[in-house]
Design a protein. Structure first.
Length: 117
């Protein structure tokens, strides 16, 4: 018995969704890292304190995720002291912007595949 065209379309959509989800960037996909990259995409620079407040994260949690993004080349970090007070700033790199754009495109593919069901 042949598949109905509706069943074939659903199967195609499911395959598209699986391919798109397996192509998601694991570095960005984590909630806090996605938030950091997204915030930096619309701000030239954000301080550690500003990111901490925006993400509602602890110092340690933000530090770990920011280091992971920095290791991937998605954000740059600059540190300086004002007197004896450390000041850390983050910027999105060109590679980070490309990675975010690719991530968003993959998510849009997943959403379309889900809606086409």
């Amino acid at each position: 018995m042949a598949k109905s065209s509706g069943s074939a379309a659903r199967a195609d959509g499911a395959r598209t969704a699986v391919r798109a989800s397996s192509a998601l960037d694991g570095v960005i996909h984590e909630r806090l890292r996605l938030g950091i990259v997204s915030a930096l995409a619309v701000n030239d620079v954000l301080s550690f304190r500003e990111l901490k407040q925006l993400m509602q994260a602890t110092d340690g949690n933000l530090s770990v995720h920011a280091r992971r993004l920095e290791a991937a080349g998605y954000v740059s970090c600059s540190k300086r002291f004002t007197g004896r007070v450390p000041h850390t700033e983050f910027r999105l790199t060109a590679a980070g912007r490309r990675a975010l754009e690719s991530y968003v495109a993959h998510m849009e593919t997943l959403i379309r595949a889900t809606r086409d069901r």
